[in-house]
Design a protein around this ligand. Sequence first.
Ligand code: PHE
Length: 468
Amino acid sequence: MTRESWGSRAGFILAAAGSAVGLGNLWRFPWMTAENGGAAFLVLYLAIILLVGVPGLLGELVIGRRAGNSPVGALRDLADSRGWGVVGHLPILTNLFLLSFYSVVGGWVLRYLVDAVLGTPVTDPGARFDALAFGPEAVAFHVVFVTLTGLIVAGGVRRGIERATKLMMPAIVVLLVGLAIYAGRLPGASGGYAFFLQPDLGYLRTHFVDVLLAAAGQALFTLSIGAGTMITYASYISDDRSLPADGTTIAVLNTVVGVLAGLVVLPLLFALVGGAGSSGPGALFVSLTGAFATLPTPAGRILAVAFFAVVALAALSSSISMLEIPVSFLVDEHGWTRRRATTILLGVFLITGSANALEPALFGFIADTLVNLLLTAGLTVFLLFAGWVLGADAIAEYERGAGPLARRVSRAWLLAIGIVLPLFLLFTLFSGVVSAAEVAVQHRWVLLATGAAALVAFLGLRHPRSVV
Ligand code: PHE
């Protein structure tokens, strides 16, 4: 069977940008910013996107196109080493954790979208969020969300992922621009614009390592790097397009949507509820539902429907990329059909996602801490691989189809991804492990139970027949 490929260059870029643009921009970003000193966090985050994110993204694209294979086979075959093949399994684990919590948040979004469409009156947004965030209702909506994800992925690279993201991405941008214009015209909106421009340097000084870790984690999360996503998506590229140009376009699109989202959310909050609102994982939902409720009924309702529709589309275009990693592994390495791989994996996610939908402590640890660590570890591994194993081949792949400007910095790029970025990532990783260990000890029972469940799921994946 010939391997699948993208139908067009725009198709690849929109799919990759669709993966990048997601709950990371709309939900996790405001949460992380509020938790880590506001503008101080923002400054570090933007610097890391530029200096680590873009070169790192290119590292993954180079590996993926060079290999034309998903991470396990890519690392194993390019290095001609079984050891690297074992390392290549890390992204599978990462995406299992990622989608397990992401789909719970996706479920919340669908729940709020349903509320908005039905016009359910909300008197106490905080209590509303507490009631639906964890429990049977959260499980039900997670199941709907992950099933939608599965339906798209089962359709394949071209007919499923590419077609869906080609429709979703323009819809997201158009709706966000409309919402930003509306929000900017509300009296009091300017407070929202000012909010991000006042860094709290005192906070940055006392919490530097924590803020750095959170900013690095968020930068990787929002660009979908460190999880093997870009390796896999680039493995479906079938021609000599410029990877530096495509990578930059993806990063720019992602940042533009992130900024647009900020230009919607913050002015809305300042204009309608007079501040940045509450914090924590519920921040976006609680604050915005409160804000929409202050508007006259039809206006508030239309706005709420438009907003949650954007968030739902963005979440789906990312969740499909999470599911695609284990799916492509089973297809490429075990010769499964795409449909079978998707169905079995949906079964796994129904369990692991439900655990997250029932247990806030587990959800918090995965969504906040564990994901940062896994993405950082993953990117470190990929960059060391590109820098030290591929070496000159990485430069050749980077330069294939690239313009003169990108070619001029190809050696600098290789030095950056081979030496500078791994040192930086390892530093954040080790400081992260230290603080994660403290949290982990507090929640050891929950973690052990989920670890056991994840292990069972993982073993099931390694030995296909034992699951079916
Ligand atoms: N980038 C996605 C978002 O911002 C999340 C994601 C992370 C997707 C890692 C794939 C891999 O929502």
